[in-house]
Design a protein around this ligand. Structure first.
Ligand code: NAG
Ligand code: NAG
Ligand code: NAG
Ligand code: NAG
Ligand code: NAG
Ligand code: NAG
Ligand code: NAG
Length: 592
């Protein structure tokens, strides 16, 4: 995305000279009422990380004032002042205006952009560019305006994405129209309080992506939000004052790293690879179609590993069968059998609550817009049953009980992580074993003979089922033993060892990223160079595939293709440790 600077505006001798003379000025990071900057001058933050000045994009004569990374050879813009009103030539000027605001003017002294603070004291404000990339207008005592409170498409370290409900104020990240047009695009990233705060990406005014609720450590709807990957993120809620913000800060800030919302609405994490001389991006949020909000409509469930990706939850059918089969899932599904409580209520009765039950769905992205209660886990179910509008519940240790109704929207099946979601269904829709009641009632009416027949029939079926299960277990046992034997021949590494070898799986150690998760380069204590393939919990590569991969590679070993040193299985972590060979064939192999 970054382009080297090749603007169509000519650098005249004059401007080059003025550029040089700037280097010898006083405070290089500050604009004062008596010191403005003219295109193409700039100011530089104290230790030289960022610069503020005029720039343009290739093939365009539009000039912008922005903040850019200063020490790298690729033009990287993290903030733009006059994003919607470029200067059409090189006559632009950035100054403190008479009213004390920071303004961008064109050659005709028309204001193209202003910091728009009211009631400033003239001649008393200055604007300073900090090493964090924040441009601060202050009066020597207070900050009056900050670029961090009016962001462009970049989410920099220590910047706060915030929402103040009472004041109706939001600080959000806004996408550009295109990589070389910084004017307002269609997407924005904000923090939404809902009932439990979550991150959201909007496409114009439509919800496009949601992160799931924050549980004190992570957003539970982000598949790969391990603390190891995203250390440094935290969210602060002040429920009383209804203010919320999310920010991040790494302990080692010598990495050049930031987040960008691109013009397609994807949030990427970008880090500068000094060896390759380029930004490396990866996309933790929108990875599959299932991540798009409401893909499968109300009561639909999205599973990126299935074809088609959408299905109706158990007990529901497509609302519009024809659209559904064409792959337009937006109208979702409807309940085929009323809940018991719905029937009872229609007849004005409170009884019969016991006749609804819950179906447990494991490893789910929870639906949108939960209601919340602090009751303990064991009470979630009862609380939901008491209220006929409650159609599902879930529990997270960091949150408490979550309830949903009347609709369930944006339900996704994860292959790992996620939470258990309990869907309310009438008992007739639940497992056959539990619907014995219905059978019993019928059989009582029909007579004892029928009971005998039913019992016999059930007994036969269960016996058959038991036999079938036994066979499956035997097959699995054989498989386990076969694969288990292979695994036992391989050295096992523990998690600590591999974390140490890869500097805690740090970004710059990353060789690349595949659908299954990232691959890191590392060095063992004995100096051996290794490549660690860390299978993402979200990769869909379960223990089975993992074992199969181990077997396949073990077989390949003797052909000297790539050497598998060992593996690591600890809790949910699954990793393969290869010999590191810095050539293409290994890359191709590792990344499929
Ligand atoms: C921009 O300019 C470069 C050469 O400077 C050219 O190769 C490229 O096609 C141009 N792009 C557009 C969109 O005009
Ligand atoms: C600001 O100060 C300059 C000289 O330092 C003076 O010429 C100018 O009139 C002052 N402007 C205002 C609005 O006070
Ligand atoms: C933004 O949305 C409008 C209207 O939906 C569409 O026409 C336009 O192409 C979109 N722009 C981008 C950059 O996707
Ligand atoms: C921080 O990053 C720098 C630059 O790569 C590295 O040299 C240094 O060892 C790191 N410090 C810590 C404490 O990890
Ligand atoms: C899908 O169906 C909805 C509801 O009927 C309709 O509004 C929408 O235009 C359809 N989308 C497409 C892509 O056909
Ligand atoms: C409501 O009760 C009446 C009898 O009082 C019964 O006929 C009817 O089927 C009930 N309705 C439902 C929806 O269960
Ligand atoms: C019943 O549950 C729904 C859905 O969670 C909720 O919106 C509503 O406030 C609840 N009603 C009561 C009285 O608790």
């Amino acid at each position: 995305m970054g382009k080297t600077i090749s603007c169509s505006v000519l650098l005249t001798l004059d401007t080059i000279i003025s550029c040089f003379s700037l280097q010898f000025g006083t405070a290089l990071d500050t604009i004062t009422p008596s010191k403005s900057i003219k295109d193409p001058e700039s100011i530089i933050s104290q230790s030289g990380v960022f610069r503020l000045g005029f720039f343009c994009f290739a093939n365009s004569s539009n000039r912008y004032v922005g903040i850019l990374y200063h020490q790298i050879p690729v033009q990287t813009v993290v903030w733009v002042a006059n994003r919607n009103k470029p200067v059409k030539d090189s006559s632009g000027i950035l100054k403190i205006s008479d009213d004390g605001n920071l303004v961008v003017l064109n050659g005709k002294a028309e204001i193209l952009w202003s910091s728009k603070v009211k009631n400033l004291v003239p001649n008393a404000t200055t604007a300073q560019l900090l090493d964090s990339g924040n441009l601060v207008l202050n009066n020597g005592v207070n900050s009056l305006w900050e670029s961090f409170e009016d962001p462009s498409n970049a989410f920099l370290e220590t910047m706060k994405i915030s929402t103040d409900v009472k004041k109706g104020r939001k600080v959000e990240i806004k996408s550009w129209k295109s990589p070389d047009d910084p004017s307002d695009g269609n997407f924005s990233l904000s923090l939404e309080p809902f009932n439990i705060p979550e991150g959201a990406i909007w496409n114009n005014n439509q919800l496009y992506y949601r992160s799931g609720p924050w549980n004190g450590q992570k957003f539970i709807g982000v598949k790969i939000m391990h603390t190891v990957y995203l250390a440094g993120f935290y969210l602060v809620s002040d429920v009383k004052h209804q203010t919320y913000y999310v920010t991040y800060q790494y302990s080692n800030n010598s990495w050049l790293l930031y987040h960008e919302l691109d013009s397609q609405g994807k949030l990427s994490e970008r880090h500068w690879d000094a060896e390759k001389g380029e930004w490396i991006s990866w996309y933790p949020l929108l990875q599959t179609d299932c991540d798009v909000y409401g893909k499968c409509g109300p009561f639909g469930m999205c599973d990126p590993t299935k074809r088609p990706i959408c299905s109706c939850l158990k007990g529901f059918k497509p609302r519009n069968r024809e659209e559904w089969s064409r792959g337009n899932w937006s109208s979702g599904c409807f309940r085929t059998t009323l809940l018991q409580c719905q029937r009872d209520n229609n007849n004005g009765s409170e009884a019969g609550q016991g006749d609804d039950g819950f179906l447990k769905l494991k490893m789910m992205k929870v639906p949108a817009f939960p209601d919340w209660s602090s009751v303990i886990y064991s009470e979630c179910k009862d609380q939901c049953l008491k209220n006929c509008s409650c159609v599902a519940y879930a529990h997270d240790d960091g949150i408490g009980c979550m309830f949903w109704g009347p609709d369930l929207i944006d339900v996704q099946k994860f292959s790992t992580s996620g939470v258990d979601l309990y869907i309310r269904l009438p008992s007739s829709e639940l497992d056959k074993g539990k619907s014995n009641k219905v059978i019993v009632i019928t059989t009582v009416i029909a007579g004892i003979v029928v009971i005998a027949i039913s019992a016999l029939f059930l007994w036969c079926r269960m016996a058959k089922q038991r036999g079938r299960n036994k066979i499956w277990r035997q097959i699995e046992d054989v498989e386990e033993n076969l694969i288990g034997a292979k695994l036992q021949q391989l050295p096992l590494f523990n998690f600590e060892e591999l974390a140490t070898a890869t500097d805690n799986f740090y970004h710059t150690k990353k060789l690349g990223q595949g659908g299954f998760g990232p691959v890191y380069r590392g060095t063992l204590d004995d100096g051996k160079e290794i490549a660690v393939k860390r299978l993402s919990k979200a990769s869909g590569q379960g223990l089975e595939e993992f074992k199969n991969e181990v077997v396949v590679i073990s077989k390949l070993q003797h052909r000297n293709l790539v050497k598998l040193f060992g593996c690591c299985v600890e809790g949910e972590e699954k990793m393969l440790v290869y010999e590191y060979m810095p050539n293409k064939s290994l890359d191709a192999f590792l990344f499929g």
